[in-house]
Structure formats: structure tokens, C-alpha cells
Design a protein around this ligand. Structure first.
Ligand code: PMP
Length: 297
């Protein structure tokens, strides 16, 4: 198994690239104890970080939601990301920027704690197995629900929000499923533990309104691709009972890309033409030359 603290290469940490194995963190770190930590997940295709600007903006916004300011500008974070990608030397990779409150203060209040930023890059070919992606992934109903916006900072990509995702994904995996599908606090369809959800019904694409979970960057890219193909897209509250009427189901995310869903609980779905065409369009889009792109090569 790949051990994440024992790799060759370098991690960008608080202003400079440092040898991977030398990057360390004190156990009395506020981000670890109290969840004051935000992060991003980005992908590199052909030496280019796809949607780097959007991801970097979201990282800064997520920190702002948690009440702290990352001590680097948008441009500095982008440059640091490209520098790290270049130094790791993978043409295709996954990028993980993470920002957190440090160890200067220990307690719920940590107004003076230093804000840290690290960026790590590693190879991560496919989030789900190639067989699962071909036949569609199997989703188990999650035992946890996405909280209301009054109960958690739901629009931040904040570490603490993943507590119920890890619990739900472990529960699904224990029963032989690939992932878990979460409802929100109202009982409406929400998302999986790391990707947004789409349903195809009679040629129209439906997706839950992201009012209590992440409005994914991939979600928005795929919606634009679908509109370019002439599909109608309806964002709305969707109840789980409506899945019975769905011809196709798929999920989207930076790590998951466009992944068909083959099963939810005891319901089965086939991988259909809408999913297949959007999967191919997305694969083309992420590898398309883009004049305004962020190339690390
Ligand atoms: N929801 C959750 C909980 C996620 O972790 C992710 C992955 N970041 C997404 C949705 C999809 O977001 P994006 O397309 O921006 O990667």
C-alpha cells in the first residue's frame, strides 16, 4: 500500500518546496483537533492543472468561511501549485492544497494561530476501479445526512465535513459497495461522499440544487457540456423515490470525473448514451489545449 508520508519528491510547505519525508506537523495542531482546515482536490492532465483558477478561488473562499485568511495571494498560490506540479514531474496527477490553523494556540478559540498552506502532488489514475467505471459504480444509502446550512459551513470544502463521508463510505465498502449516496437533512437526494449526482429522465438531465453541499467545479463543467449538446438541465429538489423513473444516473467530481452509477441500494441502472457522451466530452475537455491555461510544463 502507498504510504503517504513515505514518498520521493517534494511538497510545497509555507513558502518553499521541501523534501516529502521532511514535511512534519506537530500533534498539537488546531486544524487536527478542531477541524480548522480547508483543502482542494485538483487534477493535472497533460501538464495542465484543470480549472486551477476556480479551485484556488474556492480554497481562499473556504478559508474565509472558516474565518481565516491564507497568507498568500491567489497568484502566489497558483504559482506555488504550478511549481509543485513541475517539480513532481507527472504529466497526469492529483493536486492537494491544504490550509489550516497551526499550533500556537490550543483551544476552541485560536485567533492568533498561524495559518499554514501546503501543496502536495501525486499520481492518482482513477478514483473508482476501471471495471466499476465501465459497469457503473454501486452506491449504498448512507447512514448520515448532509446537514442544513444552519448546522455547518456547508459551502466550504472543509475537512470537518468529511467526517460523515468517511463513516458513510466505510459503511458502504463493508457491504461490498463502491460508495455511499447521501440524502440531505430534508430527505432530498444530495451527493455521494465526494461527487455530485445527476439523473437522466426521458432525455432531460436533473440534478439536486446544491444548497447544502458543494457545487462542484466538475458539476458546472459537465452542465456546460450537456447544454452544448442541447440537453435541458433542471436543478431542483429531488426526492429518492424519483430514482425509479431515472434511465441513467451518474456522478461528477475532480477525482471521480464522470462516473456512471450501476446500482443504488437495490435499484439497478444501465450505463446509457447520455452518460457515455458526457464522459467522453469531459475527457476531451480536460485534455483540450487552452490558451488561458495554467501549464506547468
Ligand atoms: N462533493 C464533495 C463532498 C466532494 O468532496 C467533491 C470533490 N471535491 C465534490 C462534491 C465535487 O467537487 P469538484 O467537482 O469541485 O471536485
Amino acid at each position: 500500500m502507498m504510504n503517504f508520508d513515505d514518498q520521493d519528491g517534494q511538497i510545497w510547505y509555507d513558502g518553499a518546496l521541501r523534501p516529502w519525508r521532511d514535511v512534519d506537523l506537530h500533534v498539537l495542531t488546531h486544524g487536527l483537533h478542531y477541524g480548522s482546515c480547508v483543502f482542494e482536490g485538483e487534477r493535472v492532465y497533460n501538464n495542465r492543472v484543470f480549472k486551477l483558477r476556480e479551485h484556488t478561488e474556492r480554497l481562499i473562499r473556504s478559508a474565509d468561511v472558516l474565518g481565516f485568511e491564507i497568507p498568500y495571494s491567489l497568484e502566489q498560490i497558483e504559482q506555488a501549485t504550478l511549481e509543485t506540479v513541475r517539480s513532481q514531474g507527472y504529466a497526469d496527477a492529483y493536486v492537494r492544497p491544504v490550509a489550516w490553523r497551526g499550533s500556537e494556540m490550543m483551544g476552541v478559540s485560536a485567533q492568533q494561530a498561524k495559518i499554514h498552506l501546503a501543496i502536495a502532488v501525486w499520481e492518482w489514475p482513477s478514483y473508482f476501479s476501471p471495471e466499476a467505471r465501465m459497469k457503473g459504480i454501486k452506491l449504498k444509502w448512507a447512514p448520515w445526512k448532509r446537514p442544513s446550512p444552519e448546522c455547518a459551513p456547508v459551502h466550504a470544502k472543509a475537512a470537518g465535513l468529511y467526517m460523515i463521508c468517511t463513516l458513510s463510505k466505510h459503511d458502504a465498502e463493508a457491504d461490498g459497495f463502491d460508495d455511499a449516496l447521501m440524502l440531505d437533512w430534508r430527505g432530498q437526494l444530495a451527493e455521494t461522499t465526494g461527487a455530485n449526482l445527476f439523473l437522466v429522465m426521458d432525455g432531460v438531465i436533473h440534478t439536486p440544487t446544491p444548497d447544502c453541499f458543494l457545487d462542484g467545479i466538475t458539476r458546472r463543467s459537465v452542465m456546460a457540456l450537456a447544454r452544448a449538446r442541447g440537453y435541458e438541465i433542471i436543478e431542483r429538489a429531488i426526492m429518492p423515490g424519483e430514482l425509479k423513473k431515472a434511465d441513467e444516473v451518474f456522478v461528477t467530481g475532480t477525482a471521480a470525473e464522470v462516473t456512471p452509477v450501476g446500482q443504488i441500494g437495490d435499484m439497478s441502472f444501465t450505463v446509457g448514451p447520455v452518460t457515455q457522451s458526457l464522459l467522453e466530452d469531459y475527457d476531451k475537455l480536460v485534455r483540450a489545449p487552452d490558451p488561458a491555461s495554467s501549464t506547468a510544463a
